[in-house]
Design a protein around this ligand. Structure first.
Ligand code: ADP
Ligand code: MG
Length: 558
């Protein structure tokens, strides 16, 4: 019996791939080879894909696959398998794991862009910490979309309710990620980065990302040099990636600051607030294990969003400490110093009123939230659009409101913006409506609602019919963004045992950690925290790895 791995060239039936189409792709000229047995069946001819990545023979592909599938499980570059791969009755106890989708080679990425993205992260941290402190600014944005966006309205209500009672915790933690694509205009040969979005909640893949960098480094000292077209480690510039330890350090700073400022009544812990089930669990576990590897390990508990009310309570004190009741020993109580949200960013985590009660319970407690509701709202696409509004001598950049006396920082931040328009009834919004509904102009744009997590956007020619299907009163809750088209890159992606080869699009994310005081504005900690490179087939619009669109990658600086 043979099991085949399919090598698929990236071709897709449609440039628009909505969430439910994540795994549907049309293959073109597939060829097959056996990964389990030693015999291969391969049509004549090799994949022609230029100098990089090197053209592989069937046995070279098999060798790389063999290394990657073992290295990834041995080192936790893994996810729980999708149902399409392992049916639940084949794994009733949920014990199986599989290699996370990953590229066979690190993708070439311009060094200047990598450096630019890293060097600006602390300014971005500072900017978003300042936005999160500006309730008036966020309130005005929320006000515009309240009536047509129930989710944002509910979040705002929770914030207002806590505000009325008075927040007890002024410290905030941000584990941020700023996402970019490379932009190269035809008349200017220096590539630059353009921001896709800024994430302020559940910024994921930091745990898997440093492992991906390690995997490619491992391959560079093992398999790559043995290829017919060898790649030598000394010729590959593979940057260090500290994402796991750096994100864990951010959590630790918040934890330590809580302990030193809050006179805790109990032993302290960090809660990872999670979805259940969660396929991307190992990504989160890496951060947890990093917190425990230290000389002073921090207790971490995973709490499914739906169990907040049964496993936590708020002390009836003026401090409102958040107490965690260990389910296996209900008399054991920890005081929650930090709540790290890996859930709660979208409406599906709030199926009923009790979920909103649960969010309120966390928000009003003394635990340091990562993020608070205000910080979560700062990450709304609408905020990004307002920041990116074109400036003129009469209307200076809104960034001046958040970053004082630092024109260079503002200039550097603005360099990363691309055109984003509102779809409201302002004059800019009305012009954007024309672009969005024009059958030709719409091809250069993506339409985004105020949502996170992938699969929510509408691309290019799908925009006009989509808008037509919506009452016009809803249009203002969307933003219209120019599509960024990075220079072509080739790579091979391993996903669910299948190799997909062809043109790819890379998206760089830079993590940042920031702890600040909402009351005084003091920034206690501000660091750049490693990177993520995600790569997808160049015919796919979405890039989310967990949503099934993208794969993990690392940078080969060029
Ligand atoms: P989400 O909050 O759902 O992650 P994003 O704004 O990150 O929303 O969009 C999802 C994906 O869509 C991105 O990862 C990227 O691959 C693609 N995308 C979004 N905006 C653009 C853009 N302006 N140009 C090109 N691709 C984009
Ligand atoms: Mg995104």
């Amino acid at each position: 019996m043979k099991t085949y791995i399919k090598l698929i060239y990236f071709t897709f039936t449609s440039p628009i791939r909505r969430k439910n189409q994540a795994d549907s792709q049309e293959s073109h000229q597939p060829f097959y080879f056996d990964v389990r047995g030693s015999s291969f069946e391969m049509p004549s001819g090799k994949a022609e894909n230029g100098d990089y990545p090197p053209t592989l023979t069937a046995s070279e592909s098999e060798q790389l696959l063999s290394t990657i599938k073992d290295w990834s499980i041995a080192n936790g570059l893994a996810v729980r398998p999708p149902l399409s791969l392992v049916k639940s009755d084949s794994d009733p106890h949920g014990i199986l794991a599989t290699t996370a989708p990953v590229t066979l080679f690190p993708s070439p990425f311009p060094r200047v862009c990598f450096e630019q993205a890293k060097s600006i992260q602390k300014s971005y941290n500072k900017l978003y910490a300042a936005i999160a402190q500006d309730e008036k600014f966020l309130g005005s944005i929320v006000q515009e979309i309240l009536e047509v966006d129930e989710f944002i309205a509910q979040l705002w209500q929770v914030h207002l309710k806590v505000k009325e009672e008075g927040y007890v915790q002024n410290l905030s933690l941000g584990l941020f990620r700023s996402d970019y694509m490379v932009h190269q205009s035809t008349n200017d040969h220096t590539p630059t980065i353009k921001q896709v979005e800024f994430n302020t909640i559940a910024s994921s893949f930091g745990g898997l990302s440093s492992q991906t960098s390690r995997l490619h480094k491992h391959l560079s000292i093992s398999d790559y040099s043995l290829l017919d077209n060898p790649l030598l480690a000394r010729n590959l510039d593979l940057p260090e990636n500290s994402s796991t330890t750096s994100l864990a350090s951010g959590l630790r700073v918040a934890f330590d600051t809580y302990k030193s400022t809050s006179q805790p009544l109990h032993d302290c812990c960090i809660i990872f607030l999670v979805q259940d089930p969660e396929r991307n669990i190992f990504d989160q576990r890496h951060l947890e294990y990093a917190l425990q590897r230290d000389n002073s390990p921090i207790p971490v508990f995973r709490l499914p969003f739906g169990q907040i009310l049964s496993r936590t309570s708020v002390a009836k004190t003026t401090k409102r400490q958040l107490l965690y009741h260990v389910p296996s020993h209900t008399s054991t109580i920890f005081e929650v110093a930090v709540v790290y949200f890996r859930a709660g960013y979208g409406p599906s985590d709030y199926p009923d009123e009790s979920a909103w009660k649960a969010r309120f319970q966390i928000e009003r407690s003394n635990a340091i939230k990562c993020p608070t509701i205000l910080t979560q709202l700062a990450g709304a696409k609408k905020v990004q659009q307002v920041l990116a509004s074109p400036t003129s001598p009469d209307t200076p950049s809104i960034l001046n409101r958040f970053i004082k006396d630092s024109p260079k920082e503002i200039e550097d931040l603005e360099k990363t913006f691309t055109n984003i328009y509102p779809l409201d009834e302002s004059s800019s919004g009305l012009s954007a409506r024309k672009l969005a509904t024009d059958p030709a102009d719409c091809k250069g744009y993506v339409l985004k609602p105020q949502r996170e997590g992938g699969g929510n956007n509408t691309y290019r020619t799908a925009i006009p019919p989509f808008l037509k299907s919506l009452p016009e009163t809803y249009w203002k809750s969307y933003i219209l963004m120019e599509i960024i088209t990075p220079p072509p890159v080739h790579n091979i992606i391993l996903r669910n045992g299948v190799l997909e080869q062809g043109g790819v699009i890379c998206e760089l994310g830079i993590y940042g950690t920031c702890v600040w005081d909402q009351g005084t504005g003091e920034v206690i900690h501000n660091e750049e925290a490693g990177y993520l490179l995600r790569t997808k087939g160049d015919k796919s619009e979405e890039g989310g790895v967990a949503a099934g669109f993208g794969s993990m990658d690392s940078c080969r600086l060029v």
